[in-house]
Design a protein around this ligand. Structure first.
Ligand code: AMP
Ligand code: MG
Length: 306
């Protein structure tokens, strides 16, 4: 039996800890898959504040007993829910929602955004891809460029990479000294606390693939002429630092998963499972906001337009 990658505990404080982890690919015994199906991805994948994360033990190919054949129909329902929720959120112009996507190269950040944001009206769902900071960005503090992209009222803002690069690539490549990047966990917790206090709903997805899955995906990029543009030799250099990234990801998840801005650790070897998980978690979170269309003008109902 595999050791738990993280201590999976119920988000409901009153329920107390569960009996630990879900079954691995080898058919671990802690929970029947049927029971898993009844559990929401939000509960299954949330990284509890204060928990230890061991990505080496995490099964990125986990399916939670879900069925690939049924996944397409399930995803269709989730996308329909998302479309309805986003339409209300946009009309109401009250809530602000920030979705953060992180993951190693080829983890599927772009693919997930394509599928999930595909359900939305683009006007209300700005996507920001964070690249190597420009000279003007580098001339400012590291949250400067991030703060400007925080969604406004009615918007669902999606970050493809984020301020978390400041404790990931920056750490792995020693772009700033440790004594500086180490303070950033605290800065980021405070920044996200301020945002949530001011009415932003934050949810963060870490897409976990394993090393062999990354190899296959890079190979596919090389082999497929339509994907070759995505391949870079730099990716191979980064791949050599797999273990350094792993340590950086683990500490990021441990240090910055909070009740108010939780990380969800998503098994992402299988795209269909990843899409279901991210879609469901986002839909459930939007549901909690109960977005509603604004009331019509007095007397509008039944008006005959000449
Ligand atoms: P991609 O996501 O493939 O378009 O690549 C974007 C690149 O920008 C990645 O290699 C990131 O590591 C890099 N990047 C993003 N944010 C930062 C940052 N704050 N500092 C340094 N590099 C970054
Ligand atoms: Mg890339």
């Amino acid at each position: 039996m595999r050791a738990p990658a993280i201590r999976w505990v119920e988000q409901d404080q009153h329920a107390g800890p569960t009996t630990a982890h879900y079954p691995g690919r080898d058919g671990g015994t802690m929970m029947a898959s049927k029971k898993d199906e009844q559990r929401s991805f939000r509960r299954l994948l949330a990284v509890e504040p204060g928990s230890k994360v061991d990505l080496g033990e995490f099964d990125a190919g986990e399916t939670f007993g879900r069925d690939k054949d049924a996944a397409e129909a399930d995803l269709g329902k989730i996308l329909a829910r998302l479309a309805d929720l986003q339409s209300r959120l946009w009309a109401e112009a009250k809530h602000r929602v920030l979705v953060v996507m992180q993951g190693i190269d080829a983890a599927g950040k772009d693919g997930t955004i394509q599928v999930i944001a595909g359900a939305f009206n683009p006007q209300g769902t700005p996507v920001t891809s964070f690249k190597v900071p420009s000279p003007i960005e580098q001339a400012h503090d590291y949250l400067w460029r991030v703060h400007q992209r925080i969604p406004g009222k009615g918007e669902i803002g999606i970050f493809n990479r984020s301020h978390y690069e400041e404790v990931l690539v920056v750490r792995v490549h020693e772009l700033v000294p440790e004594e500086r990047w180490r303070k950033r966990y605290g800065h980021v917790r405070d920044f996200e606390r301020m945002l949530t206090d001011e009415g932003v709903t934050i949810l963060k997805f870490f897409l976990a693939i394993d090393r062999d899955e990354q190899r296959q995906r890079f190979q596919e990029r090389v082999d497929d002429p339509a994907k070759r543009w995505k391949f870079s030799f730099g990716d191979l250099e980064e791949r050599k630092r797999w273990d350094d990234y792993r340590a950086a990801f683990e500490e990021m998840l441990e240090e910055t998963s909070t009740k108010y801005a939780p990380w969800y650790l998503v098994p992402a070897n299988r795209n269909w499972l990843r899409n279901l998980a991210v879609g469901e978690i986002l839909a459930d979170t939007l549901d909690d906001l109960k977005p509603a269309y604004p009331p019509a003008e007095e007397g509008a109902e039944g008006v005959k337009v000449e």
